[in-house]
Ligand binder design. Sequence first.
Ligand SMILES: Nc1ncnc2c1ncn2[C@@H]1O[C@H](COP(=O)(O)OP(=O)(O)OP(=O)(O)O)[C@@H](O)[C@H]1O
Length: 305
Amino acid sequence: MTSGPGRIEVRGLTKQFQSLKAVDDLSFTVEAGSVTGFLGPNGAGKTTTLRMILGLITPDAGTATIGGHPYTALPAPAREVGAALEATGFHPARSGRDHLRVLCTVGGFPPSRADAMLDMVGLTAAARRPVGGYSLGMRQRLALAAALLGDPKVLLLDEPANGLDPQGIAWIRQFLRSLADEGRTVLVSSHVLSEMQQLVDHVVIINKGRAVHQGRLADLSATTVAVTVRSPHTTALAAALDRATTNGTRIERTGPDALSVTGMTPADIGRLAHTERIELHELSPTRRELEQLFFTLTHHTEERN
Ligand SMILES: Nc1ncnc2c1ncn2[C@@H]1O[C@H](COP(=O)(O)OP(=O)(O)OP(=O)(O)O)[C@@H](O)[C@H]1O
């Protein structure tokens, strides 16, 4: 099997808890150099999948590999994969710095990594304070620092933006982007889709344990992009658009001087208006929010079930 370094491959992964199929024949691939959002509503099976990728739960069927190997078969897993599954499990009386230094000892990393990572996640000022006094956002940063200690090629983060304020979300967005730009694989789960819109470039969307969509976020938005067109001559414009349309084009009148056009680019519409000598007052694409797309996708799967 050929597999690039850092590529995560999930094939037919299935896990049943009593009568509940938490993960159901799930397959997806995450490439190095990207930030991929692993998205789905509460209970969709995201954490269970991450735990199976990390060898913490045994699947009933299917495989999950990192760089072509199951996690448990990696020669130095802590140096290859960093994971932050939940920002709990910290000893409340221990300082953030001591917490990371313990992990350095366990993982065989030089103790200097602890301070370097605290600096990287912006926790240097709080490094010597007990973790018990940290906010949820600070714990998220500490969990991220812990995941990065071994300088791993692959990062698996479960809801890393949870508890961060808008400034923190902006920070993590840039931080994860820079990690991906260094060639790392970053897989980030979330059920808060609005947080992910600016953060990820690829998405794997799951619902009830099954994949409902995967691909580039840009492609997902582009498929449903609508163009708002304003003109004092909407009737003439609609007629011209109608003559020029292909199968996938939809023209809706959204106001006395406005049309919404799906299936044509702003450039196509502008060119046509120019040729037909129709005055335009606005020509703007309106991308559907990820959240709205997500509800459409999960609603469709529910209808199928
Ligand atoms: N150990 C377990 N025993 C029984 N059921 C479980 C167990 N772990 C998870 N589940 C159930 O499996 C389903 C999927 O849970 P999972 O935590 O993977 O979802 P999730 O997408 O991560 O959700 P959230 O966003 O709420 O964390 C849920 O219905 C959950 O209650």
